[in-house]
Design a protein around this ligand. Structure first.
Ligand code: 5GP
Length: 112
């Protein structure tokens, strides 16, 4: 099982923000902004580059999940960023697709 499958199965604790039949959203253990939440599909897709056409509904649900997280955490109006890291150069560390939702402060662009 991946780390995130264990969190989804409640084998590892997490600070959960929201959940649907398709995804679980919980606070990142090492937040990079005042709000830093991960939206994780319950279907194991290792990374976005391995998603297929049959994953289209899940991918759409993740973005709508990011919007819902932004609403629940109060950053929908002030602004937020959605990030997916794929592979080594992007700094991916957990091989289970996840969307980072970051906000609560001005975010620099471009990212370093
Ligand atoms: P990645 O670098 O793969 O895009 O993002 C993985 C994220 O998972 C990192 O931001 C990291 O802080 C977070 N993370 C790693 N282990 C845990 C954990 O056990 N619990 C939670 N809530 N987040 C974790």
């Amino acid at each position: 099982m991946t780390l995130f499958e264990k969190i989804i199965a409640r084998q590892i604790p997490a600070n959960i923000v929201a959940e649907t039949s398709e995804w679980l959203a919980f606070h990142d253990i090492q937040p990079q902004a005042p709000v830093h939440v991960l939206v994780v599909p319950k279907k194991l897709i290792p990374r976005v580059g391995e998603a297929g056409l049959d994953d289209a509904a899940v991918l759409g649900a993740l973005l709508l999940g990011a919007k819902e997280v932004a609403r629940l955490t109060g950053i929908l109006e002030t602004g937020f960023r959605v990030v997916i890291n794929h592979g080594a150069d992007a700094g991916e560390t957990v091989p289970h697709l996840h969307v980072h939702v970051l906000g609560g402060r001005p975010l620099g662009w471009p990212p370093g």
